[in-house]
Design a protein around this ligand. Sequence first.
Ligand SMILES: [Fe+2]
Length: 152
Amino acid sequence: MPSAATADEVLAAYADKVDELKTRGGYTAADVIDVRPDTPGLDAMLARFSSEHWHDEDEVRFIVEGRGLFHISPPGGPVFAIEVEAGDLIRVPRGTHHWFDLCADRRIRAIRLFEQPSGWTPHYTESGVDRNFQPVCFGGSYFPREDLRSPA
Ligand SMILES: [Fe+2]
């Protein structure tokens, strides 16, 4: 998917998959979020994303471009991180405490799916737990190729 594609072109390119996810997950709407290093108000936006919060509905993202890091904080712990990149689909179930950071290139483009777009308001926990975890993105090159792994 070229960077120059419009949001409508992105949604059209993935229409079959989006429709399938809507049917399976009960989502009613989809849009495209496009975050770049020069996005106006980026630091304020990232500060909202990177504070621990939860939603009244699932947070569903299909990553089209760029990468990012979700931290998930289940009840009783432990906190774990999931790095997402183009081609990844993530669903953070409703009520799950989490936060999100961009990686160093500060770039992500993703299809978002909603049950009710108006209901997707973050509820901040104000726990401060997010400040205990440095967002570290490894990138795909961190993982050795299958044929370079030593036999078990
Ligand atoms: Fe969220």
